[in-house]
Design a protein around this ligand. Structure first.
Ligand code: PAF
Length: 291
């Protein structure tokens, strides 16, 4: 059996530009931005991009500006060789994997203020995070000039902020959302799952279990209070489990509007959760309808 062809790898802006300029003017470019340590969730983003464009660029860059001091920038898994093999299987064409110095040749003088949506939930715990995310997304979109860029629903607040940036700054790119990919037992796929011990991995399952309980309450026609209570009950019972060496500290469970991330009591909503399992911060969400 022949091996699938690996994507071309470029690490500089100049090589990226040269490769993109060599494409036929009729090519449509799709972009998937990642920080590497790829899993099936990332590969599904590439598959979605392939339905929308005929030449797929994947960026792999652990972006320092979206990590605060003391967060896991240094520890973040880096495995470029394996990532290239995985990307060959889903037909990515080009990988852009620059160094931090290539992307940030000098400290930025101009930065983006992500606005009010970045101040709540993830932004309340990680105040500088979304400014860094929008900075890198804006830069890479400007370097690649894609027709479409695909982002995962798993980072729902990030997705909403990217959409707001594209709209507010008139960026000529279509943002496409791809659904969360889960392990067979429900855990949302994340590069950070690699940090979890066996006991933590078991405890981490209660994030998706809590969301599922909340979603079931929504399906049953319960109101916002009951939906949140159903989800919280699962978390509190799990974190009280005395026989586990792992610890879970809930950051938030919230029922919010998918654009503003402000609380909602009716209509389509994001049921979002964040918790620290051991030292690993995990997030997850379900889309629900509050009747
Ligand atoms: O979602 C991520 O992995 C990152 O925030 C992104 C969009 C690649 C920017 O660094």
């Amino acid at each position: 059996m022949t091996q699938p062809q690996r994507p071309q790898l470029v690490t500089t802006r100049a090589a990226l530009k040269e490769t993109l300029q060599s494409l036929s003017p009729r090519s449509t470019v799709g972009l998937v931005m990642t920080m590497g340590a790829l899993h099936a969730g990332h590969l599904s983003l590439v598959e979605t991009a392939r339905e929308k464009a005929d030449y797929i660029v994947v960026s792999i860059f652990v972006n320092p500006t979206q990590f605060a001091p003391g967060e896991d920038f240094d520890a973040y898994p880096r495995q470029l060789e394996r990532d290239l093999e995985l990307l060959a299987e889903v037909g990515a064409d080009l990988v852009f994997a620059p160094t931090p110095a290539e992307i940030y040749p000098h400290p930025a003088r101009v930065t983006l203020d992500p606005g009010p949506t970045a101040k709540v939930l993830e932004g309340a715990t990680r105040p500088s995070h979304f400014g860094g995310v929008l900075q890198i997304v804006h830069k890479v979109i400007n370097l690649v000039h894609p027709k479409v860029a695909v982002f995962g629903q798993k980072d729902a607040q990030q997705l909403a902020l990217i959409r707001q940036m594209v709209e507010d700054l008139d960026m000529p790119v279509e943002i496409v959302a791809a659904p969360i990919v889960r392990e067979a037992d429900g855990l949302a796929m994340s590069s950070r799952n690699a940090y979890l011990s066996e006991a933590e991995r078991k405890l981490a399952l209660c994030l998706s279990a809590a969301l599922q309980a909340g979603a079931q309450a929504a399906e049953a026609g319960e109101g916002a209070g009951a939906i949140l209570k159903a989800a919280e009950t699962v978390i509190f019972e799990a974190s009280a489990a005395v026989d586990s060496p792992a610890t879970l500290k809930l950051d938030y469970i919230a029922l919010v509007d998918g654009v503003t991330f402000q609380p909602v009591t009716q209509g389509p909503a994001v049921l979002a959760i964040a918790a620290k399992v051991g030292n690993t911060r995990l997030i997850d969400n379900y889309l629900v309808e509050v009747k």
